[in-house]
Design a binder for this molecule. Structure first.
Ligand SMILES: Nc1ncnc2c1ncn2[C@@H]1O[C@H](COP(=O)(O)OP(=O)(O)OP(=O)(O)O)[C@@H](O)[C@H]1O
Length: 306
């Protein structure tokens, strides 16, 4: 699988502050990469360095196989980016804003340009409101307009810094659906977030930044792989303990963790003993548990799932 973003020892220092402290990112084609970290952990600084907007103090960046920032003019047209709240001219419509943005790049006849703008407006679900002035847009619509701008050039890679910041649950779920659709269409997505639940629902790969250091980077499926134990939910945990003598690893209210991953065998034993079971499944850690274990020293700084 080809590498889309690779950094080696990437660092940014502001005076004595190590905002980003020697990170080796590894983002592959087809990933939805969730770049997690508490406020101030260095996500935005990293994203800015990837896009050539901030110069690293040390380290190397390869973006789509080319060295940044040297190859920026060649590479950046293949990358769509959304950093912080996108700026737009409020008195102009969404369509006019995108047309202005499009005019700044190469791109053929007026008809081609009009079509390109109409296509991305449809893609982000703003087709019907594209003629309304942007000052009448909700925050979610503005965010989608920003995404439309990032999509104009049909990028191979999308780099998004906190794309759901300030959105309500419906806005968040709309953006999530849109990103999943783009991913299905073959776009690699790198997205920074401080929301574990969002990343867990969307991402295939996760990197966790803690005070400038990358403390974890792996596929989500590996990080949250079954532990080899079985979780039993029952109103009578003590009866489970009696039947599965010595195999109960933990009891938390009505949740019992049984060592041994053969859920069918555990089920058969409990049913035979007449124990009521309300749920039974292989045990797997949540992303929250994995992240908190990795960034143990900053456990209170990463926002937990609701
Ligand atoms: N231009 C700058 N000059 C000095 N310090 C900076 C500058 N930019 C960022 N920092 C500091 O670097 C650290 C990392 O900031 P950064 O914005 O990258 O974090 P973040 O993870 O994106 O946080 P947030 O989620 O709040 O945006 C912070 O302590 C911040 O104050």
């Amino acid at each position: 699988m080809s590498t889309v973003i690779a950094t080696r020892g990437l660092a940014k220092q502001y005076g004595r502050l190590h905002a980003v402290d020697g990170i080796d990112l590894d983002v592959r084609a087809g990933d939805v990469y969730g770049f997690l970290g508490a406020n101030g952990s260095g996500k935005t600084t990293t994203v800015r360095m990837l896009l050539g907007l901030v110069l690293p103090t040390r380290g190397e960046i390869d973006l789509l196989g080319e060295r940044m920032p040297r190859a920026g003019r060649r590479v950046l047209p293949r990358v769509g980016a959304l950093i912080e709240s996108p700026a737009a001219h409020g008195h102009l419509s969404g369509r006019e804003n995108l047309a202005l943005l499009d005019a700044a790049g190469p791109g053929g006849s007026r008809r081609d340009r009009r079509r390109r703008v109409a296509d991305v407006l449809d893609q982000v679900g703003l087709g019907g409101v594209g003629r309304r002035p942007v000052k009448a847009y909700s925050l979610g619509m503005r965010q989608r307009l920003g995404l439309a701008g990032a999509l104009l050039r049909r990028p191979e890679l999308l780099v998004l810094d906190e794309p759901t910041n300030g959105l309500d649950p419906q806005g968040i779920s709309e953006i999530r659906e849109l990103l999943l659709e783009l991913h299905r269409g073959g776009t690699t997505i790198f997205l920074s977030s401080h929301l574990l639940a969002e990343v867990e629902q969307l991402c295939t790969r996760v990197g966790v930044l803690d005070r400038g250091r990358l403390v974890l980077q792996d596929d989500l499926a590996i990080l949250t792989a079954p532990t080899g134990a079985t979780v039993v939910r029952t109103p009578t945990p003590e009866r489970v303990r009696a039947v599965l003598d010595g195999r109960v690893a933990a009891v938390d209210a009505e949740r019992v963790v049984v060592s041994g991953g053969d859920a069918a065998e555990v089920n058969a034993l409990l049913v035979r003993a007449g124990i009521p079971i309300t749920g039974l499944a292989p045990d797997r850690p949540t992303l929250e548990e994995v992240v908190l274990a990795a960034a143990a020293t900053s456990a209170d700084r990463v926002e937990r799932a609701p």
